[in-house]
Design a protein around this ligand. Structure first.
Ligand SMILES: Cc1cc2nc3c(=O)[nH]c(=O)nc-3n(C[C@H](O)[C@H](O)[C@H](O)COP(=O)(O)OP(=O)(O)OC[C@H]3O[C@@H](n4cnc5c(N)ncnc54)[C@H](O)[C@@H]3O)c2cc1C
Length: 669
């Protein structure tokens, strides 16, 4: 669909506007023209798009000869709670400006958290004005383009001429990405008195992710926890990834995460002495009847409560030691010497100029995964993309680091490993997978973030009303099972017994939130009812109608519920073998239901590394000078993320970040 249906009109408009444009930039004379009521715009509607935080922001403006008469700002692809809701407010502000456009590009004085969305709207609005004044060609927006799938995601390293490099900086150790890995590495380096520089694409460090996995930490031991069975842990990690992993890398996390925890603890001791660590231990950490399910759940999860934010604390440590974080400074590409050693990077400053950063002792690549790059998602992980409805990933994680490392010959994990949680609540009838917005962006269809109740092992059915799997497992299992079902989505059904059921289910990790506060989740459920995403009814028939089951599907749904009650009564799931304690009856009103798919948190398919966090080339040899941690690194989680080991992503990320510093700075060989 061509967005600009008035194309022919606009061609004519452009020609006639030439007369206006010929007068040059309107400036003061333009203001005079307005004052005299003379025409400055060619009447019509014009659109332009600019890149926002997550997607393109589209501005459409309608002009009379002398005024802006209507403004629409489409922020549909922006992040819920940050930029998504800003459209109407920005449109009103842009319309108010009127004559000030004539003086040149505009800046809205808007107090909003969505800086990138606002900046995109400002730029796009000015382009509309320029079109209406005939200063630039009319923009034709083709929202049907699906070039993403066709074009190779990797592309080529950009050419940067020496003459374009405005500045050269030199440091001992360079960290690319002020995220959860980069901040830990840079804080550790700073605490040791090393010279370190951090470059970060965004205007802040990434949001702190609090739960991290550490094995046999001093705090677990103080609680009287038995040492983790390390052999069993290694076997489970290997089994979970179907053996496609590097067990040496497992050992770095298993053997060194306690020291990582000790470092974090020492920082809190100095900056927030009252903060206490919580370790998921004792009865809380026991997966009921784990021996039957075959799941292995080591005690590893650590959490530092609500007090000082960890990355804020790390930033303080970095800056107090005299080191710096350069925000708004994305990595463009790596630089190497003739022997192939990575000597530093080319990055881009906020003003658009290129800078060279030389790193004497090494570079740590910590620029996150690719969850917010639809082209990479579709090409590298078609399965994860197909089953996902909701995206809560960090917006600037677009795979830049992976591309840059690949451009210099680094090897990448062959298969995808998305972090998918079974919490992407959506309205009935909506399929999982990307939808294309009016601005041509690809976004996942859900309007909500994570809906915790999704992870409870209640009855699940497909659009035909049919049960298709054992609902008990790790967070990613249900969405993957739904790949084989219509629309790649499924419905979850429960009754008034939910608060008791979830105690018996005793799910672990962050899904325990529902068990700890069932009423809170039911309150959230009510909010979702108002949004049309969740349904409550006095009878199961009424629920079926509300959920959209019709005709044969409704009959099947009612029969499935009856069958499920029978399995519960017999305390045996002869259909799929779900453990009896995870069955529940559906008999007591009110009855509840909602549709869902996966919620994506990040991707874990990255550059292959060895146990020292060194990047490997295609021959399996370390690339001198280049270290990788976190979601940028691969070879650890393959196909699936072991959600049963909560915090393992962060535990691995921070352990490897510190490892990289130790190796690069010569603390370890
Ligand atoms: C909502 C949510 C909750 C989570 N909770 C947990 C949890 O409790 N426990 C757990 O184990 N895991 C959790 N995770 C996963 C965890 O956040 C990641 O595995 C972890 O953050 C990886 O760290 P990282 O440093 O590799 O990436 P990030 O923390 O994402 O940081 C990457 C940084 O690189 C920057 N960057 C990107 N491109 C460039 C560039 N070109 N140049 C410079 N900088 C760049 C980004 O802006 C970002 O600041 C969660 C994820 C989400 C989304």
């Amino acid at each position: 669909m061509k967005e600009v249906s008035r194309r022919a009109f606009l061609k004519g408009a452009l020609a006639s506007t030439a007369a206006v444009a010929a007068a040059g930039t309107l400036g003061v004379s333009g203001l005079k023209a307005v004052a005299e009521g003379k025409a400055i715009y060619t009447p019509g509607t014009y659109s332009a798009i600019e890149k926002g935080a997550m997607s393109n922001v589209k501005v459409t403006m309608t002009f009379s000869e002398t005024a802006i008469t209507d403004v629409v700002v489409d922020t549909a692809g922006e992040t819920a709670g940050i930029g998504l809701e800003e459209g109407e407010r920005l449109a009103a502000l842009l319309k108010e400006l009127q004559d000030s456009y004539i003086e040149g590009p505009i800046t809205l004085d808007a107090k909003t958290g969505a800086t990138l969305t606002r900046n995109a709207a400002e730029k796009a609005a000015y382009k509309c004005v320029q079109q209406a004044r005939g200063e630039i060609p009319v923009e034709v927006i083709d929202s049907s383009a699906d070039e993403d799938k066709a074009a190779d995601w990797l592309g080529e390293a950009p050419e940067v001429a020496e003459s374009e490099i405005a500045e050269t900086l030199t440091t001992d150790f360079l960290v690319v990405g002020a995220g959860n890995g980069g901040m830990a590495g840079a804080a550790y380096a700073s605490s040791k008195g090393y010279q370190v520089l951090v470059i970060e694409k965004s205007t802040t460090h990434a949001r702190t992710r609090h739960w991290y996995g550490a094995i046999d930490s001093e705090d677990a031991q103080a609680l009287g926890e038995k040492p983790v069975d390390r052999a069993a842990l290694r076997r489970e990690l290997k089994r979970y990834a179907s053996g496609k992993t590097n067990m040496n890398a497992f050992n770095t996390w298993i053997n060194e995460s306690a020291a990582m925890h000790h470092f974090v603890k020492s920082c809190y001791a100095k900056y927030a002495p009252d903060m206490q660590v919580e370790v998921t231990a004792g009865d809380e950490a026991i997966w009921p009847h784990a021996e039957e399910s075959g799941f292995f759940f080591p005690v590893c999860e650590h959490y530092w409560g609500h007090g000082i934010d960890r990355n804020d604390m790390f930033q303080q440590i970095i800056e107090e030691s005299g080191n710096k974080i350069l925000f708004g400074t994305p990595l463009v590409k790596f630089e190497q010497d003739d022997a192939g050693r990575v000597t530093g990077v080319i990055a881009q400053r906020e003003d658009g100029a290129y800078i060279r950063v030389n790193a004497n002792k090494g570079v740590l690549l910590a620029a996150g995964g690719y969850p917010c790059n639809p082209q990479m998602m579709e090409q590298l992980d078609p399965l994860g993309t197909a089953v996902t409805t909701s995206n809560v990933a960090w917006p600037s994680d677009t795979g830049d680091g992976i591309k840059a490392a690949k451009w210099i010959g680094a090897a990448m994990q062959a298969e995808a490993a998305p972090m998918l949680f079974d919490r992407g609540i959506i309205a009935p009838g909506i399929d999982a997978g990307y939808k294309v917005t009016s601005t041509g962006d690809k976004i996942f269809p859900a309007t909500e973030g994570q809906f915790n109740l999704g992870s409870q092992p209640f009855l699940k059915v497909n659009r035909d009303g049919k049960r298709f799997t054992d609902e008990s497992g790790t967070y990613d299992m249900m969405p993957y099972a739904a790949y084989n079902q219509p629309g790649h989505v499924y419905a979850s059904i429960f009754d008034a017994g939910m608060p008791d059921d979830v105690q018996r289910f005793h799910t672990l990790g962050c899904s325990a939130g529902t068990r700890k506060n069932p009423q809170g989740q039911l309150d959230r459920f009510e909010q979702q009812i108002e949004k049309g995403n969740a349904f409550k009814a006095d009878t199961i028939e009424e629920l079926a109608d509300k959920m959209g089951f019709q005709g044969e599907a409704k009959e099947t749904f009612l029969a499935t519920v009856a069958r499920y009650n029978e399995l519960y009564d017999n305390q045996e799931d002869v259909d799929f073998g779900k453990q009896a304690y995870r069955l529940s009856e559906i008999r007591k009103a009110p009855f509840y239901g909602f549709w869902m798919g996966a919620c994506i948190l990040t991707t874990l398919q990255g550059i292959l590394v060895n146990e020292k966090a060194q990047a490997l080339d295609e021959a399996g040899k370390p690339i001198d000078g280049l270290f990788v941690c976190g979601d940028n690194s691969g070879g650890f989680f393959v196909n699936n993320y072991p959600c049963l080991m909560p915090g393992i992503a962060m535990g691995r990320t921070m352990t490897f970040a510190i490892k990289a510093v130790k190796v690069a700075m010569g603390e370890e060989a």
